[in-house]
Write a protein that binds this ligand. Structure first.
Ligand code: CIR
Length: 346
Protein backbone atom coordinates (compact mmCIF):
# COMPACT_ATOMS: atom_id res chain seq x y z
CA UNK A 1 0.00 0.00 0.00
CA UNK A 2 1.37 3.45 -0.88
CA UNK A 3 2.66 5.50 2.04
CA UNK A 4 0.17 8.30 1.46
CA UNK A 5 -2.94 6.13 0.92
CA UNK A 6 -6.00 6.07 3.19
CA UNK A 7 -6.32 9.83 3.63
CA UNK A 8 -9.33 10.61 5.83
CA UNK A 9 -9.95 13.86 3.95
CA UNK A 10 -10.95 11.94 0.80
CA UNK A 11 -12.87 8.99 2.30
CA UNK A 12 -14.20 8.51 5.84
CA UNK A 13 -11.57 6.89 8.03
CA UNK A 14 -13.40 3.57 8.28
CA UNK A 15 -13.96 3.22 4.49
CA UNK A 16 -13.06 -0.23 3.15
CA UNK A 17 -13.37 0.28 -0.63
CA UNK A 18 -10.76 -0.38 -3.31
CA UNK A 19 -11.14 3.26 -4.40
CA UNK A 20 -10.15 4.32 -0.88
CA UNK A 21 -7.21 1.90 -0.94
CA UNK A 22 -5.75 3.20 -4.21
CA UNK A 23 -6.65 6.88 -4.30
CA UNK A 24 -3.64 8.62 -2.79
CA UNK A 25 -3.92 12.34 -1.95
CA UNK A 26 -1.53 13.24 -4.79
CA UNK A 27 -3.50 11.16 -7.32
CA UNK A 28 -6.75 12.67 -6.02
CA UNK A 29 -5.29 16.14 -6.39
CA UNK A 30 -4.16 15.51 -9.99
CA UNK A 31 -7.28 13.68 -11.22
CA UNK A 32 -9.61 16.20 -9.56
CA UNK A 33 -8.66 18.73 -12.22
CA UNK A 34 -10.03 16.55 -15.04
CA UNK A 35 -13.49 16.25 -16.61
CA UNK A 36 -14.73 13.90 -19.35
CA UNK A 37 -16.49 15.23 -22.46
CA UNK A 38 -19.86 14.63 -20.77
CA UNK A 39 -18.63 16.64 -17.76
CA UNK A 40 -17.98 13.72 -15.38
CA UNK A 41 -15.48 14.31 -12.58
CA UNK A 42 -13.52 12.19 -10.10
CA UNK A 43 -15.59 13.67 -7.31
CA UNK A 44 -18.76 12.28 -8.91
CA UNK A 45 -17.07 8.94 -9.56
CA UNK A 46 -16.22 8.40 -5.88
CA UNK A 47 -19.30 10.03 -4.33
CA UNK A 48 -20.91 6.65 -3.63
CA UNK A 49 -17.77 5.33 -1.93
CA UNK A 50 -17.51 8.45 0.20
CA UNK A 51 -21.16 8.45 1.25
CA UNK A 52 -21.18 4.68 1.87
CA UNK A 53 -17.98 3.77 3.69
CA UNK A 54 -18.97 0.08 3.58
CA UNK A 55 -18.64 0.12 -0.25
CA UNK A 56 -16.34 -2.61 -1.52
CA UNK A 57 -15.47 -0.87 -4.77
CA UNK A 58 -16.50 2.74 -4.12
CA UNK A 59 -16.25 4.11 -7.66
CA UNK A 60 -18.49 4.32 -10.77
CA UNK A 61 -17.91 5.46 -14.36
CA UNK A 62 -20.05 8.27 -15.79
CA UNK A 63 -19.27 7.45 -19.41
CA UNK A 64 -16.92 5.35 -21.54
CA UNK A 65 -14.18 8.00 -21.40
CA UNK A 66 -14.06 7.79 -17.58
CA UNK A 67 -12.05 4.56 -17.83
CA UNK A 68 -9.32 6.22 -19.94
CA UNK A 69 -9.23 9.65 -18.29
CA UNK A 70 -9.18 8.25 -14.74
CA UNK A 71 -7.18 5.14 -15.69
CA UNK A 72 -4.75 5.63 -12.79
CA UNK A 73 -7.47 4.94 -10.25
CA UNK A 74 -9.71 2.61 -12.31
CA UNK A 75 -6.92 0.23 -13.42
CA UNK A 76 -5.76 -0.78 -9.91
CA UNK A 77 -9.40 -1.19 -8.81
CA UNK A 78 -10.10 -3.36 -11.88
CA UNK A 79 -6.94 -5.42 -11.44
CA UNK A 80 -7.69 -6.12 -7.80
CA UNK A 81 -11.39 -6.91 -8.22
CA UNK A 82 -10.90 -9.16 -11.28
CA UNK A 83 -7.65 -10.62 -9.83
CA UNK A 84 -5.57 -9.78 -12.89
CA UNK A 85 -1.81 -9.97 -12.39
CA UNK A 86 -0.50 -9.58 -15.96
CA UNK A 87 -1.74 -7.10 -18.55
CA UNK A 88 -5.49 -6.39 -18.53
CA UNK A 89 -6.95 -8.13 -21.57
CA UNK A 90 -10.55 -8.73 -22.59
CA UNK A 91 -11.09 -12.14 -24.18
CA UNK A 92 -14.46 -12.39 -25.95
CA UNK A 93 -15.71 -15.90 -26.68
CA UNK A 94 -19.43 -16.35 -27.10
CA UNK A 95 -19.94 -19.83 -28.49
CA UNK A 96 -22.90 -22.10 -27.78
CA UNK A 97 -22.33 -25.00 -25.36
CA UNK A 98 -23.77 -28.43 -24.73
CA UNK A 99 -23.41 -29.27 -21.02
CA UNK A 100 -25.49 -31.75 -18.98
CA UNK A 101 -28.35 -30.33 -16.85
CA UNK A 102 -26.88 -29.67 -13.37
CA UNK A 103 -30.03 -30.82 -11.59
CA UNK A 104 -32.20 -32.88 -13.98
CA UNK A 105 -34.70 -33.79 -11.23
CA UNK A 106 -35.04 -30.17 -10.00
CA UNK A 107 -34.01 -31.07 -6.45
CA UNK A 108 -31.67 -28.22 -5.49
CA UNK A 109 -31.53 -25.63 -8.25
CA UNK A 110 -34.44 -23.20 -8.14
CA UNK A 111 -33.46 -21.26 -11.26
CA UNK A 112 -30.62 -20.41 -13.64
CA UNK A 113 -30.10 -16.81 -14.72
CA UNK A 114 -27.56 -15.11 -16.96
CA UNK A 115 -27.40 -11.37 -17.33
CA UNK A 116 -25.22 -9.29 -19.57
CA UNK A 117 -24.77 -5.51 -19.23
CA UNK A 118 -24.38 -3.21 -22.22
CA UNK A 119 -24.26 0.55 -22.79
CA UNK A 120 -24.80 2.42 -26.04
CA UNK A 121 -21.72 4.22 -27.28
CA UNK A 122 -22.07 7.99 -27.55
CA UNK A 123 -24.24 8.40 -24.43
CA UNK A 124 -23.22 9.02 -20.81
CA UNK A 125 -23.72 6.06 -18.43
CA UNK A 126 -26.42 6.05 -15.74
CA UNK A 127 -24.48 8.11 -13.11
CA UNK A 128 -24.16 11.03 -15.56
CA UNK A 129 -26.83 10.61 -18.25
CA UNK A 130 -29.24 13.48 -18.96
CA UNK A 131 -33.01 13.01 -18.96
CA UNK A 132 -33.07 13.61 -22.71
CA UNK A 133 -30.31 11.09 -23.48
CA UNK A 134 -31.97 8.51 -21.24
CA UNK A 135 -35.08 8.87 -23.39
CA UNK A 136 -33.06 8.52 -26.63
CA UNK A 137 -31.43 5.36 -25.27
CA UNK A 138 -34.84 3.90 -24.35
CA UNK A 139 -36.19 4.58 -27.86
CA UNK A 140 -33.17 3.08 -29.64
CA UNK A 141 -33.29 -0.05 -27.52
CA UNK A 142 -37.04 -0.44 -28.09
CA UNK A 143 -36.48 -0.21 -31.85
CA UNK A 144 -33.84 -2.94 -31.66
CA UNK A 145 -36.17 -5.13 -29.59
CA UNK A 146 -39.02 -4.61 -32.08
CA UNK A 147 -36.81 -6.22 -34.74
CA UNK A 148 -36.11 -9.43 -32.77
CA UNK A 149 -36.97 -12.80 -34.34
CA UNK A 150 -40.23 -14.47 -33.34
CA UNK A 151 -38.69 -16.77 -30.71
CA UNK A 152 -37.54 -13.74 -28.68
CA UNK A 153 -40.50 -11.46 -29.26
CA UNK A 154 -42.49 -10.10 -26.35
CA UNK A 155 -43.94 -7.04 -24.67
CA UNK A 156 -42.34 -3.80 -23.52
CA UNK A 157 -43.54 -2.48 -20.13
CA UNK A 158 -42.78 1.24 -19.71
CA UNK A 159 -42.33 2.23 -16.06
CA UNK A 160 -42.72 6.00 -16.47
CA UNK A 161 -46.24 6.35 -15.10
CA UNK A 162 -46.08 3.69 -12.39
CA UNK A 163 -46.27 4.40 -8.64
CA UNK A 164 -43.73 2.78 -6.34
CA UNK A 165 -46.42 0.32 -5.19
CA UNK A 166 -47.16 -0.71 -8.77
CA UNK A 167 -43.44 -1.02 -9.48
CA UNK A 168 -43.05 -3.27 -6.45
CA UNK A 169 -45.89 -5.52 -7.65
CA UNK A 170 -44.60 -5.66 -11.20
CA UNK A 171 -41.01 -6.25 -10.09
CA UNK A 172 -42.32 -9.35 -8.35
CA UNK A 173 -43.63 -10.58 -11.70
CA UNK A 174 -40.44 -9.57 -13.52
CA UNK A 175 -41.97 -6.77 -15.58
CA UNK A 176 -40.36 -3.85 -13.70
CA UNK A 177 -37.30 -3.25 -11.52
CA UNK A 178 -36.92 -1.39 -8.23
CA UNK A 179 -34.89 1.78 -7.78
CA UNK A 180 -31.24 1.06 -7.07
CA UNK A 181 -29.79 0.66 -3.56
CA UNK A 182 -28.09 3.41 -1.50
CA UNK A 183 -24.77 2.81 -3.32
CA UNK A 184 -26.44 3.42 -6.69
CA UNK A 185 -28.50 6.32 -5.29
CA UNK A 186 -25.31 8.12 -4.17
CA UNK A 187 -23.79 7.49 -7.60
CA UNK A 188 -26.71 9.35 -9.25
CA UNK A 189 -28.14 6.23 -10.90
CA UNK A 190 -31.65 6.67 -9.44
CA UNK A 191 -32.14 10.22 -10.76
CA UNK A 192 -35.61 10.73 -12.33
CA UNK A 193 -36.63 7.15 -11.51
CA UNK A 194 -38.82 5.68 -13.10
CA UNK A 195 -38.73 8.02 -16.13
CA UNK A 196 -37.51 6.28 -19.34
CA UNK A 197 -37.09 3.02 -17.44
CA UNK A 198 -38.75 -0.14 -18.73
CA UNK A 199 -38.65 -3.90 -19.02
CA UNK A 200 -39.08 -6.01 -22.14
CA UNK A 201 -40.34 -9.55 -21.43
CA UNK A 202 -40.51 -12.29 -24.06
CA UNK A 203 -43.84 -14.11 -24.40
CA UNK A 204 -42.37 -17.25 -22.82
CA UNK A 205 -40.78 -15.10 -20.04
CA UNK A 206 -37.32 -16.65 -20.46
CA UNK A 207 -35.77 -13.54 -21.98
CA UNK A 208 -35.88 -10.02 -20.52
CA UNK A 209 -34.24 -6.67 -21.09
CA UNK A 210 -34.09 -3.97 -18.39
CA UNK A 211 -33.72 -0.53 -19.89
CA UNK A 212 -31.95 2.30 -18.05
CA UNK A 213 -31.28 0.51 -14.78
CA UNK A 214 -27.58 0.59 -13.66
CA UNK A 215 -26.60 0.19 -17.33
CA UNK A 216 -28.52 1.17 -20.46
CA UNK A 217 -29.31 -2.50 -21.05
CA UNK A 218 -29.37 -5.48 -18.78
CA UNK A 219 -30.09 -8.48 -21.02
CA UNK A 220 -31.37 -11.42 -19.00
CA UNK A 221 -32.05 -15.07 -19.87
CA UNK A 222 -33.54 -17.28 -17.19
CA UNK A 223 -35.51 -20.41 -16.47
CA UNK A 224 -36.59 -22.44 -13.48
CA UNK A 225 -34.21 -25.35 -14.15
CA UNK A 226 -30.51 -26.18 -13.86
CA UNK A 227 -30.05 -26.23 -17.63
CA UNK A 228 -27.15 -23.78 -17.84
CA UNK A 229 -26.21 -24.34 -21.49
CA UNK A 230 -29.80 -23.88 -22.69
CA UNK A 231 -29.99 -20.51 -20.90
CA UNK A 232 -26.53 -19.53 -22.17
CA UNK A 233 -27.30 -20.52 -25.77
CA UNK A 234 -30.41 -18.34 -25.71
CA UNK A 235 -28.21 -15.45 -24.53
CA UNK A 236 -25.71 -16.05 -27.37
CA UNK A 237 -28.55 -15.86 -29.89
CA UNK A 238 -30.24 -12.81 -28.26
CA UNK A 239 -26.96 -10.87 -28.19
CA UNK A 240 -26.29 -11.62 -31.85
CA UNK A 241 -29.64 -10.04 -32.76
CA UNK A 242 -29.55 -7.06 -30.38
CA UNK A 243 -26.07 -5.97 -31.38
CA UNK A 244 -27.02 -5.72 -35.09
CA UNK A 245 -28.57 -2.23 -34.97
CA UNK A 246 -26.76 -0.99 -31.82
CA UNK A 247 -23.17 0.14 -31.28
CA UNK A 248 -22.14 -0.84 -27.74
CA UNK A 249 -19.54 1.04 -25.67
CA UNK A 250 -16.44 -1.16 -25.57
CA UNK A 251 -12.68 -1.06 -25.39
CA UNK A 252 -10.20 -3.62 -26.81
CA UNK A 253 -8.43 -3.91 -23.43
CA UNK A 254 -11.37 -3.60 -21.02
CA UNK A 255 -14.16 -5.18 -23.07
CA UNK A 256 -17.73 -3.93 -22.66
CA UNK A 257 -17.80 -0.79 -20.53
CA UNK A 258 -20.28 -0.48 -17.67
CA UNK A 259 -21.21 1.95 -14.90
CA UNK A 260 -19.62 -0.26 -12.21
CA UNK A 261 -16.04 -1.44 -12.88
CA UNK A 262 -16.89 -4.89 -11.47
CA UNK A 263 -18.99 -5.53 -14.57
CA UNK A 264 -16.60 -4.65 -17.41
CA UNK A 265 -15.14 -7.25 -19.79
CA UNK A 266 -17.75 -9.83 -20.69
CA UNK A 267 -20.19 -7.87 -18.49
CA UNK A 268 -21.77 -11.25 -17.80
CA UNK A 269 -23.03 -12.64 -14.51
CA UNK A 270 -24.23 -16.21 -14.82
CA UNK A 271 -25.54 -18.10 -11.86
CA UNK A 272 -28.05 -20.26 -10.10
CA UNK A 273 -30.37 -19.93 -7.16
CA UNK A 274 -29.66 -23.09 -5.26
CA UNK A 275 -31.05 -24.57 -2.05
CA UNK A 276 -28.19 -25.70 0.23
CA UNK A 277 -29.67 -26.54 3.66
CA UNK A 278 -26.64 -28.62 4.72
CA UNK A 279 -23.80 -26.49 3.35
CA UNK A 280 -25.53 -23.50 4.98
CA UNK A 281 -24.27 -24.96 8.27
CA UNK A 282 -20.72 -25.24 6.86
CA UNK A 283 -20.15 -21.70 5.56
CA UNK A 284 -16.36 -22.07 5.36
CA UNK A 285 -16.61 -25.18 3.20
CA UNK A 286 -19.02 -23.38 0.88
CA UNK A 287 -16.74 -20.33 0.72
CA UNK A 288 -13.72 -22.51 -0.10
CA UNK A 289 -15.58 -24.28 -2.91
CA UNK A 290 -16.76 -20.93 -4.32
CA UNK A 291 -13.27 -19.49 -4.21
CA UNK A 292 -11.77 -22.56 -5.97
CA UNK A 293 -14.06 -22.01 -8.95
CA UNK A 294 -14.02 -18.17 -8.99
CA UNK A 295 -17.62 -17.96 -7.81
CA UNK A 296 -19.40 -15.35 -5.71
CA UNK A 297 -22.02 -16.22 -3.12
CA UNK A 298 -24.75 -13.66 -2.60
CA UNK A 299 -28.02 -13.51 -0.67
CA UNK A 300 -31.30 -14.81 -2.06
CA UNK A 301 -32.22 -11.47 -3.64
CA UNK A 302 -28.74 -10.68 -4.94
CA UNK A 303 -26.11 -8.10 -4.00
CA UNK A 304 -25.93 -7.33 -0.26
CA UNK A 305 -29.10 -9.27 0.71
CA UNK A 306 -29.70 -12.03 3.23
CA UNK A 307 -30.06 -15.77 2.56
CA UNK A 308 -33.63 -16.97 3.09
CA UNK A 309 -34.82 -20.57 3.17
CA UNK A 310 -31.25 -21.74 2.47
CA UNK A 311 -31.40 -20.37 -1.08
CA UNK A 312 -28.04 -18.97 -2.22
CA UNK A 313 -27.32 -16.98 -5.35
CA UNK A 314 -24.05 -18.36 -6.75
CA UNK A 315 -22.48 -16.84 -9.85
CA UNK A 316 -19.17 -16.09 -11.57
CA UNK A 317 -17.22 -13.47 -9.62
CA UNK A 318 -14.89 -12.33 -12.41
CA UNK A 319 -16.01 -10.97 -15.77
CA UNK A 320 -12.77 -9.77 -17.34
CA UNK A 321 -9.88 -11.78 -18.80
CA UNK A 322 -11.84 -14.98 -19.50
CA UNK A 323 -14.27 -15.62 -22.38
CA UNK A 324 -17.99 -16.08 -21.77
CA UNK A 325 -18.00 -19.73 -22.83
CA UNK A 326 -15.13 -20.55 -20.46
CA UNK A 327 -16.86 -18.70 -17.59
CA UNK A 328 -19.96 -20.86 -18.12
CA UNK A 329 -17.90 -24.06 -18.22
CA UNK A 330 -16.17 -23.14 -14.93
CA UNK A 331 -19.50 -22.21 -13.33
CA UNK A 332 -20.89 -25.58 -14.41
CA UNK A 333 -17.95 -27.46 -12.85
CA UNK A 334 -18.15 -25.36 -9.66
CA UNK A 335 -21.90 -25.83 -9.15
CA UNK A 336 -21.53 -29.57 -9.81
CA UNK A 337 -18.86 -29.69 -7.04
CA UNK A 338 -21.14 -27.73 -4.67
CA UNK A 339 -24.06 -30.10 -5.40
CA UNK A 340 -21.80 -33.07 -4.69
CA UNK A 341 -20.68 -31.56 -1.35
CA UNK A 342 -24.30 -30.79 -0.37
CA UNK A 343 -25.43 -34.31 -1.29
CA UNK A 344 -22.61 -35.86 0.75
CA UNK A 345 -23.73 -33.93 3.84
CA UNK A 346 -27.40 -34.94 3.44
C1 CIR B 1 -19.74 -1.16 -3.67
O1 CIR B 1 -18.74 -0.50 -3.94
O2 CIR B 1 -19.78 -2.00 -2.77
C2 CIR B 1 -20.99 -0.88 -4.47
N1 CIR B 1 -20.77 0.23 -5.33
C3 CIR B 1 -21.44 -2.08 -5.25
C4 CIR B 1 -20.40 -2.80 -6.05
C5 CIR B 1 -21.12 -3.83 -6.88
N2 CIR B 1 -20.64 -5.01 -7.17
C6 CIR B 1 -19.86 -5.97 -6.65
O3 CIR B 1 -19.20 -5.93 -5.63
N3 CIR B 1 -19.90 -7.05 -7.37
Amino acid sequence: MAADSGDAAIFPEHAVSLAHRFLTPSLFERLSRLKTDTGFTLEQAIRSGRENPDSHIGIYAGDAQTYALFKEIFDPVIRTYHQITGPIRHIPRLEPLDLPDLDPHNQLIVSTRIRVARNLSGHAFSPNITTQNRQIVARQVQQALDALPESLQGHFHAMDALTLDQIQNQAFQGTAFLPGDRFQASAGINRNFPVSRGVFTSHDRTFRVWINEEDHLRIICLEKTGNLSKVFNRMVSALAHIREPIDFASDPRLGYLTACPTNIGTAMRAGVHIRLPHLENHPNRLKRLASTYGLQIRGTLGEKTAVTESVFDISNRFRLGTGETQLIQTLHTGIAAIIEAETRLA
